[in-house]
Write a protein that binds this ligand. Structure first.
Ligand SMILES: [Zn+2]
Length: 98
């Protein structure tokens, strides 16, 4: 599992609005990832139109997300976590839903 402070770049995409953003500024990343932790949860049935690609020095983490899910896609399998509040607030601030 990656740690928040390892993220060097976050590429955010909202498939519904076709908007995307790339965050590489350390301070901006800090707003998303300071104190970041993930807690497992059961899968939801909700449809996700938002994604994030989190790049660390070692790996690229693909995330499918909504307001309450942070699902990490890993070679065909999915790990389901609760959406960390600060991360989603920063996502929505950049790429507001319609
Ligand atoms: Zn969801």
């Amino acid at each position: 599992m990656f740690r928040g402070e390892e993220v060097l770049a976050a590429v955010l995409e909202n498939e519904d609005t076709k908007n995307h953003a790339k965050v590489t500024d350390r301070r901006e990343l800090g707003k998303m990832f300071d104190g970041f932790s993930l807690n497992k949860k059961r899968p939801c049935e909700c449809a996700h139109g938002q994604t994030a690609e989190l790049r660390t020095a070692e790996s690229i983490i693909q995330v499918s997300l909504c307001g309450h899910c942070f699902d990490i896609l890993d070679e065909g399998s999915v790990e389901h976590y609760r959406m960390p509040k600060a991360f989603f607030e920063e996502f929505e601030r950049r790429l507001p839903s319609e």
